[in-house]
Design a protein around this ligand. Sequence first.
Ligand code: MLT
Length: 332
Amino acid sequence: MHRKPAFTRVRPALMRIMAVLFGGIVAQGAAQAFPTKPITIVVPFAAGGPSDTIARLFAASMSQKIGGQVIVENVAGAGSTVGIGRVAKADPDGHTLLLSHISHATTATLYRKLSYDPIKAFAPVGMVTDGAFVLVSRKDFGTDTLPQLFARLKADGDKITYAHAGVGSGSHLCGLMLMGQLGVKMTQIPYRGTGPAMNDLVSGKVDVLCDQITSALPQIQGKAIKAYAVTSTEKVKGLDLPTLAASGLPGFRATVWHGLYAPAGTPAPVIGQINKALREALKDPVILQRLAQLSTDPATEAQADPAFLGKHLVSEIAAWKKIIDTAGVYAD
Ligand code: MLT
């Protein structure tokens, strides 16, 4: 019987061993060499909004933990899909990250021609925060209570302007849910984030907004705007407001979570280093105190995990797909 030379027989096994060893060395090298330049966290909404606030808070803490500069870049437009798309195409070396919220899940259905795959194009790092929205109006809108606000929305309909952060944003969906349940149609005014939307609410250029508590709270406390109700099913600590669900809109629930992602293909040890910095930031007393002041929950140990975020994103995309397909509303 013809036998292959011994070297030929052992060569595939040898090559597999070498690949594992060599891969290990490369991966270790990548982890040791990271970061080699400033890390950019892309926020897919304008400066001054809730996503921006959270990104800057975590960037400052993560800079210290990771031993390199972490900066924030606002890449707004098309309900967050411009910024998300930018990170999808970035070099997968851990130096470009994405901080995005539920719009990452909603736009997966709302936009039927995305330039990226919302799941496959990303390597999840971990969940960052969880919070609720608050329904607010300009301070001289002329209503003081939620029943008065509802009555005014029903009476004046499209004479009232509703500001939001673009199709697919949290504020957009919160507004759609509100209008759907109330049976009213306000005139929608899209912005590149709720930062600029809030500026126009404060200066009285628009009437109503549903913004994340994270950035609306200082304006509420400073009495620059009027607040009526929160969108979670439980009341929110630090805000003496009813829930919409208990105030005539049974079952109303809109909450917003933020996640941190790298482009797909980022080496696992690099994801591990970023995740470690995120977990440490989530224990940073400065961050915890600030989030508590902003009535926003930090991610738990279990949530600040790549696998958790990956599964959560998949389930949120599926959940929002049902809602959006039922409503039959798309961005294109
Ligand atoms: C949203 O409405 O989705 C966000 O508040 C946008 C933002 O972070 O500016």
